[in-house]
Design a protein. Sequence first.
Length: 495
Amino acid sequence: MIIAHDLGTTGDKATLVADDGSLVRSATARYPSDFGPGGKAEQDPLRWWDAVCGATRALLGAEPAVRNHVDAVSFSGQMMGAVLLDGKGKPVRPALIWADTRSQPQTRLLLGRVDMARAYAITGHRLNPTYSLSKIMWVRDNEPDGFAAARHFMLAKDYVAYRLTGVIATDPSDASSTNAYEQRAGQWSAELIDAAGLNRTLFPEIVPSTTMIGTVTAAAAAATGLAAGTPVVLGGGDGPMAALGCGIIGPESGAYCYLGSSSWVSLAADEPLLDPQMRSMTFNHVVPGRFVPTATMQAGGASLEWIIDVIGPGGESGYSRFLPSLPTARGSADGLYFLPHLLGERSPYWNPRARAAFVGLARHHGPADLVRAVVEGIAFNLLTGLRAFTEHGLTISGMDAIGGVAHSPEALQVLADVWGLPVSARELAAEATSLGAGVVAGVGVGLFPGFEIAARLSRRKLPVNPNPETRGRFDRAHQVFLDAYRRLEPWFESI
């Protein structure tokens, strides 16, 4: 069997997968985030480790023999963050996660030294405060004592892999989320690291995602319940892992959308997609030689979670109360729009100063209308990313959906109508990223012959088809949505 961990924004979702790819059991261990003014978004790496230990023990259960059947452990993890360790392997401060946007001054400094177009050509990404490189610079500039103790920079999954094995490394998929990686050359970018004024020794060795970097140490075995000596396969970033979990391994595999805290639309390609308007970015795939063009928004599912928490009740009861009302609720059809920029924005604006807004709100609008506007706002924002793909000749005939919102047929209908595409939820939707990690682990230790098995393990459900009668209306509504942002953009700067 294989244990796969997905270190997301809200917790670690762990799965125990048999060697035929079937799910044996899953467990989730949550950890908190510290959001604060100025774009602060942090988590304690020690809580990640506690979650991995707790979830692993839950998977192993009360049967001591189970741990002897675990052939490998691997990871998918949140990307674009920054964990700094001292010489003894201890975090010098909490991790700055993907949502942290405090490093705007550091990004401006970088842009004074490396032209944006040049950086985009090197990395496949804009220079932006959401990436690791400027976050490291922020720690250096604002917490010099802590930074002076730092000897290693890591991503989330790299840290817990290190805690299991004592080995420090990262993979191309996570490296490509840092703003410090030369994508085509497959190595750290000396040009960008030097422009940041950082020491290249901070950056770990880059190895393929399927690399068995080591085995579970005796100390880690005592903490997790795993057998000492269990192989650990490094894994990759959650975006490319989600693509693999959906069976998206090459250009022929189609496209998918992830509807989690952050949300994105993505596909697999043989080359990086360099959009002249820089609306999209490209990650390296966990599949060697493949790339993952992606358009990511900061607060997709997080916007839906927020509005349901605000109007209450929160949690599952809130979703079951409001999402079934989407077909009859009023949104853009009644002039109500939501700009879903609660955490600033990545694609397509790359504006950390952007903020969320309801536009067109009237006295007769109720809670269900607000929820409808939020779901439409997510769909409109992702549609802009889809257009960045199709304008470059990439064909998208349908969309697979994963993540929590993919469980709602009413929400999928909104997405299908806005995009004009059939949208299919994937079986094991909530575990797609950890399923990808399981496939990487299986390939890494020889249990699976290749990545193609992923397409058989993650199957499409029946598609939700768009209503052809709404096609023209949503095209016009998308233009109104874009116009609302353009008009508010100067105001975002003023606040």
